[in-house]
Design a binder for this molecule. Structure first.
Ligand code: AMP
Ligand code: MG
Length: 412
């Protein structure tokens, strides 16, 4: 049943996330996996390192043979061979012997320590020997399996892949990974006054900034974004456009969901679809609408550019993250604590998401709101470091703690 009062955003987040589909997983090569989300745990197919190996260029020998060695007390060892990385020394290191070894090379049998090359010299006229000027150290041997053990899981289902985890997957012996299918998200911007930014602007017109910001947010979130041709405030065109969005899992509309007589997206969804909720107890973003049109979930973003981005971050991200099976929290739930530098004003009975700057001070992160919080001032989204969450009904006083949602990671 449709909400009577504006819905608290936390509840809306739950409803939207629960509507996300489970999509079939796919297997992709590592170099196409950046930003994708693992659909299965990943276990190592090998030990790393595969053998005890040297952390340094130097000499592998027996620690006992180097007891007491120092800058003024060289100890001479007989050089019996060489172990470059990937080409192990086949013999054994005996008493008073050393093998010249290189970083990453397997430590030969018999040796239990390494002397770094910097603490050695090869004496003139004594070919086939080396003088070490420090005691050999066992700590410079990297033991077999120190990093990875065969069969152990090091990456979990639901993790978003980044440079570190992709390197780790390769180190574990994987050249492809099973990742979550991406939800198909279509964007339809509406409004008679909205035009693309490649033409002259007549008085009363506005450039379509939502198309740019929402497409970027969708791609950054890992959705398969499709842009539908923009339309005016025209019921026929809207009907046609909505019909064409059938292949999408989620249709995002921009504009036309407020209280005005030209808010046709709202009207059409009430008439031909199914509205799950309309209006949030949140500022900006109050007019947001969520429902369904046939098989396609529909999220109506308000036209105001700040509202549109904020509703995307709060609700569209909840949907996309759930569809991808991400285990890290979506932006609305991904919070830190910070201290208010100034009074942060509540927005009546709504939760207020203020665009703020963050300042790292010695004792705490401090928060100051950007001057203009109008939902039409897009500069505030471009300049903000975070959204501060001011609960309904009570200002946050200077010096008080407030929850903030850092934006940097979510905008790119
Ligand atoms: P609406 O939600 O249709 O009532 O629009 C609210 C405000 O947002 C109006 O000032 C519109 O001109 C503006 N607006 C609507 N769509 C866009 C868009 N795609 N890009 C930039 N501004 C928009
Ligand atoms: Mg409009």
């Amino acid at each position: 049943m449709l909400n009577e009062a504006p819905l608290p955003p936390a509840e809306a987040v739950r409803i939207v996330a629960a509507a996300a589909p489970a999509l079939p997983a796919e297997t992709v090569p590592l170099d196409e996996a950046l930003g994708r989300v693992l659909a299965a745990d990943v276990a190592s197919l090998c030990d790393h390192p595969t053998v005890d190996n040297s952390a340094l260029d130097g000499y592998a020998c027996r620690i006992a043979d180097t007891a007491g060695a120092g800058p003024d007390r060289p100890v001479r060892l007989r050089l019996v061979g060489e172990a470059p990385a990937g080409r192990p020394f086949a013999g054994r290191v005996g008493m008073g012997e050393a093998v010249r070894i290189f970083t990453g090379a397997g430590v030969p049998a018999g040796a239990d320590g390494i002397v770094p090359v910097e603490a050695s010299r090869e004496p003139e006229g004594a070919a086939g020997s080396v003088e070490v000027l420090a005691e050999a150290r066992a700590a410079d041997i990297r033991p077999k399996g120190q990093d990875l053990l065969d069969g152990h899981v090091y990456l979990r289902r639901g993790a978003r892949l980044h440079a570190g985890s992709l390197g780790l997957a390769a180190a574990m012996g994987h050249d492809r990974l099973e990742v979550a299918g991406r939800p198909r998200v279509a964007l339809l911007t509406t409004g008679d006054e909205v035009i693309p930014p490649d033409r002259p602007l007549a008085p009363g017109q506005v450039y379509d900034s939502n198309a740019a910001s929402i497409m970027a947010l969708g791609r950054a979130a890992g959705a398969d974004m499709v842009r539908l041709p923009a339309i005016g405030d025209d019921t026929g065109a809207l009907r046609e456009a909505l019909g064409a969005a059938g292949g999408a899992d989620l249709l995002l509309t921009s504009g036309g969901v407020s209280m005005g007589r030209y808010d046709l997206v709202r009207d059409l969804l009430f008439e031909r679809g199914e509205v799950t909720f309309w209006k949030l107890a949140m500022k900006p973003g109050g007019p947001a609408l969520f429902g369904r049109l046939g098989e396609t979930a529909v999220l109506g973003l308000p036209g105001n550019p700040v509202s549109s981005m904020v509703v995307f971050l709060v609700l569209a991200r909840a949907y996309i993250d759930a569809a991808l099976g991400r285990t890290d929290p979506p932006p609305y739930l991904d919070r830190r604590w910070a201290r208010a530098r100034q009074r942060l004003r509540a927005a009546g009975s709504k939760e207020s998401l203020l665009r703020v700057r963050l300042f790292e001070e010695a004792s705490a992160t401090e928060v100051a709101p950007l001057t203009n919080q109008s939902s039409g001032v897009l500069r505030s989204m471009a300049e903000a470091d975070a959204l501060a969450v001011v609960p309904p009904g009570r200002d946050v006083a200077p010096g008080e703690s407030v929850a903030v949602i850092p934006l940097a990671g979510h905008l790119r």
